[in-house]
Design a protein around this ligand. Structure first.
Ligand SMILES: C[S@@+](CC[C@H](N)C(=O)[O-])C[C@H]1O[C@@H](n2cnc3c(N)ncnc32)[C@H](O)[C@@H]1O
Ligand code: SF4
Ligand code: SF4
Length: 300
């Protein structure tokens, strides 16, 4: 990260903590909800299957930038399905950087060739060892590993949503992150139980054991892009929600924190680690501040 970006983000953090500001810094643009997969745990794919036009995505990026957002995610549906004329996802990333976003990340299922060297991180969903990943995501594990091996840059971070199906494979994913070329780290979330995927919800005991597994892997030098000090809040869902510093825009509609904010009672069961990490950070939790500085500087 550039020193000027670091200074900007640090100043934002200090102001937010001191003045209890609710301005956003992290924004997500949903480029489409169309997807080539139908994962067992996912409730947000192919609802409209509309690929939003370039002119609209550009306006949404500008809108987020004008609101103060400087960390941008592109998400879906499947982001690599996005195109408009000769514009591709890569053009969106390049344009976001030119617009002044300091960190630009893309979330993908990894089933398309990975050529996004301009992205700071490609968050690539890997949901377990081959057996459990394929159980959740269809027969895609080998294709994903092939695409990772042939990626044009080493900016890949595994993104694992842990649920009842894959809860015993967290160590495997940590070691795969450590040992695979082009992969920098792994970042975890717990399953957020939408009404149609309630059966995949983890118990407090499950979450405790998974966090113990992750800590053990950190000791084995596995590159985990999560904050240990947030685990106890995540296990018991005692972090504040929603995250006012995060916004999502989908088809011109802005939501604070996530699209899931519109689901009754879901925030109390939120499994997204970033919400715990950011809300605790902006409440001035010193351990989180210190760990976030060291972790972010290592991977971005
Ligand atoms: C909705 S997908 C969109 C991007 C891309 N299609 C992918 O799979 O990475 C973004 C991330 O959300 C995760 N996810 C989907 N439903 C979830 C849920 N109910 N709880 C936690 N994570 C979830 C997916 O596993 C994926 O890592
Ligand atoms: S690939 Fe992503 S968007 Fe598609 S179904 Fe799976 S989690 Fe949902
Ligand atoms: S469930 Fe609530 S707190 Fe969690 S990401 Fe969604 S909106 Fe934010």
């Amino acid at each position: 990260m550039k020193l000027s970006s670091f200074a900007y983000l640090a100043t934002f953090g200090v102001k937010t903590i001191l003045f209890r500001q609710k301005k956003p810094i992290l924004g997500t643009v949903i480029v489409t909800d169309k997807c080539n997969l139908h994962c067992k745990h996912c409730s947000v794919n192919n609802i409209t299957a509309i690929v939003h036009p370039y002119s609209q995505i550009k306006k949404e990026m500008e809108q987020l930038y004008n609101m103060g957002v400087r960390i941008l995610f592109f998400c879906g549906g499947e982001t690599f399905l996005w195109e408009d004329g000769d514009k591709t996802l890569r053009d969106l990333v390049i344009e976001a950087k030119q617009m002044g976003f300091m960190i630009v990340n893309v979330v993908t299922n990894g089933t398309y060739p990975l050529d996004l060297p301009e992205a700071d991180l490609i968050l690539l969903s890997l949901d377990g060892d081959k057996e459990k990943h394929n159980d959740i995501r269809g027969d895609t594990y080998d294709l994903i590993m092939h695409n990772i091996a042939n990626a044009t840059s080493d900016n890949i971070c595994f993104y694992m949503a842990v649920n009842q199906i894959n809860k015993n494979t967290v160590k495997n994913v940590c070691r795969t992150a450590r040992d695979t070329k082009n992969v920098k780290a792994v970042s975890f979330n717990f399953h957020t139980p939408y009404p149609d995927t309630k059966e995949l919800e983890l118990t407090v005991e499950d979450k405790q054991r998974i966090c113990d597994d992750i800590k053990e892997m950190m000791k084995e030098d596995c590159p985990v892009f999560n904050l240990k000090s947030a685990f106890k809040y995540i296990i018991h869902n005692t972090f504040p929600t929603p995250c006012h510093q995060c916004v999502v825009i989908e088809d011109r509609k802005i939501s604070v924190c996530g699209r899931c904010i519109h689901e009754d009672g879901l925030c109390e069961k939120c499994g997204y680690f970033f919400v715990a990490e950011y809300t605790l950070l902006f409440r001035g939790n010193l351990k989180i501040i210190f760990e976030m500085l060291t972790t972010y500087l290592k991977y971005i």
